[in-house]
Design a protein around this ligand. Structure first.
Ligand code: 0A1
Ligand code: ZN
Length: 879
């Protein structure tokens, strides 16, 4: 285990390396416990660097076998090798020289899943962010770009396919029973984009002709027997390649593009140059085993990794503080792609939900950090919703401010100017400033200030003069390490809806607004409109143009007016959601005080009417009917949270909606498309609506018969898992639920990805007793603790997706998570740290739970030697 040094890395300390790497040649002889690595690096001393300055390479848990300079063994008194670094002295003052580093690795016992490891008999690597240093001593940092040649030698039986980045150079027999393959990647790249795979895999092949007529071989490698499940991923890949050409003018740049799906992976996927490695969950799909959500995720993640080829690989990051430069931008690009492939407004609604569910709480708690952090102890802990999702929102705001045309000009300039660079956020913003002639200095604060800004909105209608005024005021609360904040540039898209439901098309009286956007740049600003024919209703932050909290006293009649007439689907949903949220917050507070809850008649009527309106898109109706989750309500309340009260209140509202609309829900529950399954957006939307309706109808009926029939007759995983969830969550312990669970387990016993769903559904069953079930499942013989997907499916789902179970008043949920985190940390620190973030909002709980949560966190801190990953998270959470 890497020892906790407590070292803090700071953005302001950036310094280039003393030596410049020209090229690197790697030779691997693969063996489960004794893989040898020979790394030959050609370097020269950077101009101006002292003649006696040593070369210092990074390492992590390495031992050096031997070291040569220009082919000769180096004098042992001239170098020091520790597990984390190799310092070499006595190197030439000028001119290039070659350093040869020899190391031996044990992939089979590498449980951290960083560096070179084994998963299901396959050798694979993960190098982002700092995994390459677990393979060989090197400058393992993103600003060191080199051209790689890789030779892999392995037993033919053990590893039939030998893959690395770039183009295939050649291969053949090596010696008795062994073979080799060589790869050359002509594009200079940082070490985090290096990849190697060796294994006996199933292969699916296709090809793509690029815009300049070049043919690219496309290969997806999966476990044998799963080839039939890679078709959707291949289709998504070809659509992504085409889309990037059409929308951004970006063409692919190698002869071959390969994807390998593996079953043990810490994250979703990895964009290694020309050789993406994927968590198999985001490649494999067929109707029987994958849900519509799985298909949508596959499409989005395939696109995301592919788009990184330009935003991340061709243009990479100068240092890890710039992570959002590649991640925020690439998420923005994959969102735009999915919006084009599906219903744009429904996609945007899902993004808003996700941002509020994951990023807003992060920004409001002890783990808050800027989109571009200024310091870190462990970079693995910064692959966060803030860097990714808020990072994407910031790019989206640039587009809102500049307009589509100037945005594209800025992107073109960025690609042209920085191709081949390790760039910074300043470089990125300069391209947009130059392309549009705008000053983006104030806007740049979105990268450096943490926290979600609040904008309070008040309006004033003057009937006599027919003028309408909107006053906006911004605030931004302190966050860890940032007590004082500067004023932000907040672009708020708006519309004025007139009494007859049409939109006011007059312009603002001031210059601060254009194209339907108010630019809030001062603390307080008033925007006025004249000649407005009648009292308008303000629709503000349309499409969620800025990731802020809006505080506005708007009557339910006004919200209903927006929900009915706004031309923008996202705004209509925002108004409905706001209405539901207000009611849920109010009744949750009453429930906490033990008071009787008022009826939700008005809300129920609107929701039922929306659900019943066949003129609306089914996917939109499904989103409208899905009430804010318990965790959303908790976030909105903000402090002194009693998860039990929120659950009681929300259940009461759900029942009322269910009872008010039983006829409608009974009809819709049966409306999933019949016939052959298609994952397309239209069919998926209909299934989503049928699924929500099934839950409501079952609730109103109070018995499991309907869900049982749906379960028994389902012919795809979407409908099947919807029905299973209704049975298990609404009728826990019933014979119908238990029978379905047992049948599901038997049927999918050999399919880990499907069994993950079985674990998650049970882990998310509301209520304190679920904790015991989770403990039982953890202890069952076939539970694989070393598989990250499985741990996330059970422990992750329980702690992040079951507010009443996890936050049980006796604190047992917190203790369970703490014990698991300490245990997992010994094998896989990254996974342990990520699971622990489920407790990031512990300070907003009511006093009793808060104390129990604190004790659990302290127990982790005192559990002995922690990894830097878990140590950093627990320290920040307790600070
Ligand atoms: N760059 C990847 C995310 C990623 C980061 C770290 C990893 O280490 C285990 C793996 C993947 C992406 O954005 O898709
Ligand atoms: Zn990414």
């Amino acid at each position: 285990m890497r020892t906790e040094t407590g070292q803090v890395y700071k953005l302001k300390d950036y310094k280039p390396t003393d030596f410049v790497v020209e090229r690197i040649d790697l030779t691997f002889e693969l063996d489960p416990k004794e893989t040898t690595v020979v790394s030959r690096v050609i370097l020269h001393r950077r101009e101006g660097v002292a003649a006696d300055a040593p070369l210092v390479f990074d390492g992590d848990e390495l031992t050096l076998d031997s070291l040569q300079i220009d082919g000769n063994d180096h004098d042992p008194s001239l170098y020091d090798a520790t597990p984390d670094s190799l310092t070499i002295r006595g190197l030439p003052e000028s001119g290039p020289f070659e350093v040869t580093v020899n190391t031996t690795l044990s992939p089979a016992t590498n449980t951290k899943l960083m560096g070179l490891y084994r998963t299901n008999g396959v050798y694979c690597t993960q190098c982002e962010a700092e995994g390459f240093r677990r393979i060989t001593y090197f400058y393992d940092r993103p600003d060191v770009l080199a051209v790689y040649t890789v030779t892999i030698i392995a037993g033919k039986e053990d590893a039939k396919h030998l893959l690395s980045n770039g183009n295939f150079l050649g291969g053949g027999n090596y010696d008795e029973g062994r073979h080799f393959a060589a790869w050359f990647d002509p594009h200079p790249k940082p070490s985090y984009l290096f990849a190697l795979v060796g294994g006996d895999l199933g292969l699916v092949e296709d090809s793509f002709t690029t815009m300049s007529g070049k043919e690219v071989a496309l290969k997806i490698y999966v476990e044998h027997g799963k080839e039939g499940r890679a078709g959707y991923a291949m289709d998504a890949l070809k659509r992504s390649m085409k889309w990037d050409e059409e929308m951004f003018g970006r063409e692919y740049d190698l002869d071959i593009f390969q994807i390998v799906a593996v079953s043990d992976f810490n994250m979703g996927a990895m964009e290694n140059k020309g050789l993406n490695v994927f968590n198999d969950k985001y490649v494999l799909a067929d109707p029987e085993t994958a849900t519509d959500a799985d298909y949508a995720n596959i499409e989005a993640i395939i696109a995301h990794e592919y788009f990184h080829n330009w935003t991340g690989n061709r243009i990479t990051c100068r240092d890890w503080f710039q992570l959002c430069l590649k991640e925020g931008l690439t998420v923005y690009r994959d969102h735009a792609f999915s919006a084009d492939q599906r219903s744009a407004s429904v996609k945007r609604i899902a993004e808003i939900r996700l941002l509020k569910a994951h990023q807003f709480p992060e920004d409001a708690g002890p783990l808050a950090h800027p989109v571009r952090p200024e310091s870190y102890k462990e970079i693995n802990n910064f692959y966060t919703a803030t860097v990714y999702e808020k990072g994407s929102e910031v790019v989206r705001m640039i587009r809102t401010i500049l307009g589509a045309e100037d945005f594209r000009k800025g992107m073109d300039l960025y690609f042209e100017r920085h191709d081949g660079d390790a760039a910074t956020i300043e470089d990125f913003l300069a391209c947009f400033a130059e392309a549009s002639g705008r000053d983006l200095k104030q806007f740049a604060l979105w990268y450096s200030q943490a926290g979600t800004p609040s904008v309070s909105v008040s309006t004033d209608w003057n009937e006599a003069s027919k003028t309408f005024k909107v006053t906006l005021e911004q605030t931004l609360a302190p966050t860890p390490g940032q007590s004082r904040k500067a004023l932000m540039h907040i672009p708020l898209a708006y519309g004025l809806i007139l009494p007859d439901g049409t939109e006011f098309d007059g312009r603002l009286d001031t210059d601060d607004a254009e194209n339907g956007v108010m630019h809030l740049t001062k603390r307080k600003q008033t925007f006025s409109f004249s000649n407005v024919p009648g009292r308008p209703v303000l629709s503000i932050n349309r499409g969620f143009s800025a990731p802020v909290n809006i505080a506005m006293e708007q009557s339910s009649a006004d919200l209903a007016h927006i929900a009915r007439h706004d031309g923008d689907g996202v705004s209509r949903w925002q108004a409905l959601n706001e209405q539901a949220m207000r009611h849920l917050v109010a009744v949750s507070k009453l429930a906490r005080d033990g008071r009787t809850l008022p009826p939700a008649r008005e809300l129920a009527d609107i929701l039922v009417a929306t659900g019943a309106d066949d003129s609306l898109e089914p996917a939109f109706r499904a989103q409208a009917l899905a009430l804010p989750a318990e965790s959303d309500i908790a976030r909105e309340i903000g402090s002194n949270i009693d998860p039990e009260a929120i659950h009681t209140a929300r259940e009461a509202v759900l029942s009322e909606v269910a009872n008010a609309g039983l006829d409608v829900f009974a009809r819709l529950a049966d409306s999933a498309p019949k016939g052959a399954y298609s994952p397309d957006a239209a069919d998926a939307g209909q299934r989503a609506l049928a699924g929500v309706a099934l839950a409501y109808a079952s609730l109103a009926e109070g018995q499991p018969a309907r869900a049982k029939t749906a379960y028994d007759s389902s012919d795809n995983m979407t409908v099947m898992s919807q029905a299973l969830q209704v049975l298990v969550h609404q009728f826990p312990g019933s014979s119908e639920a238990e029978e379905a669970l047992a049948g599901f387990k038997t049927r999918f016993a050999d399919d880990p990805l499907v069994l993950d769903k079985w674990y998650s559904i049970q882990a998310m069953t509301p209520g304190a007793p679920t904790r015991e079930r989770v403990e039982e499942l953890l202890e069952s013989d076939d539970f694989d603790r070393s598989n990250p997907n499985r741990m996330r499916a059970l422990i992750g789902a329980f702690s992040a997706g079951n507010p009443t179970g996890f936050n049980a008043a006796d604190g047992a949920g917190y203790r369970l998570l703490a014990a698991e985190v300490v245990d997992i940390d010994k094998r896989n620190p990254q996974l342990a740290a990520r699971l622990l973030t489920a407790m990031r909002s512990w300070r907003s709980l009511e006093a009793g739970r808060q104390e129990l949560a604190r004790q659990a966190l302290v127990s982790i801190r005192e559990a002995g030697e922690l990894s830097p990953d878990v140590g950093d998270i627990v320290d920040r959470m307790l600070a």
